[in-house]
Design a protein around this ligand. Structure first.
Ligand SMILES: [Zn+2]
Length: 194
């Protein structure tokens, strides 16, 4: 996870003022151009990476951090929206698809928001690609579980990135300033710092 520098989406705000009859995100099905605009703006502010696993976004969906089923008033709130990868949506193995309608503020299993300015520091990685909570942080542990961040597909992708990093660290240290960012920027940044 890396901190998303959340901005405003002025065009969307203007559109909402003019379209007050649209009350739910579901109703945007009749406004595909607005959904496309949202996804573009969100992808841009995430520098091209999934809000949870930090893989490069390919197949993706707009993710409501606080799910619409539990927080209907936030259904159209831009600040509650991110883009998550969803290449394995049917299997729901990781990220937004795995999280599904889980309440991020759940009393037993709350999870870390990618808007948290310290979120990247709450996770550690090993050479095999496993992600773990830094300092046994419970919030980070629950986040890994709820989001399926140790799914074998993610783990092997991270491992490949770590091997690439160690084959040419100087090259990858420069890549972490790119826009869009490289896949698994979080892992590259972690090994570049440690
Ligand atoms: Zn992801």
């Amino acid at each position: 996870m890396r901190t998303i520098n959340k901005k405003d989406c002025n065009n969307y705000d203007v559109w909402k003022v003019k379209n007050k009859k649209v009350k739910t995100y579901h109703a945007l099905i009749e406004h595909p151009e607005i959904k496309a605009m949202l996804k573009n703006a969100l992808t841009e502010e995430q520098l091209g990476l999934c809000c949870y696993c930090c893989d490069v976004l390919r197949t993706s969906h707009i993710e409501h951090f606080k799910p619409q089923t539990l927080y209907p008033k936030l259904s159209l709130d831009y600040q509650n929206m991110h883009v998550s990868c969803s290449s394995d949506k049917l299997k729901k193995r990781h990220c937004g698809a795995k999280k599904d309608n889980h309440d991020p503020c759940d009393a037993e299993r709350a999870i870390i928001c990618p808007l948290n300015p310290n979120c990247s520091e709450l996770f550690e990685y090993d050479q095999l690609g496993y992600i773990s909570p830094a300092n046994d942080n419970k919030l980070a542990k629950d986040t890994i579980d709820v989001l399926g961040l140790n799914d074998p597909s993610l783990r092997s992708s991270r491992r490949a990135v770590i091997e690439a990093y160690y084959s040419c660290p100087e090259y990858w240290k420069e890549k972490i300033s790119d826009n869009p960012l490289p896949s698994f920027y979080n892992v590259i940044e972690y090994f570049a710092k440690n």
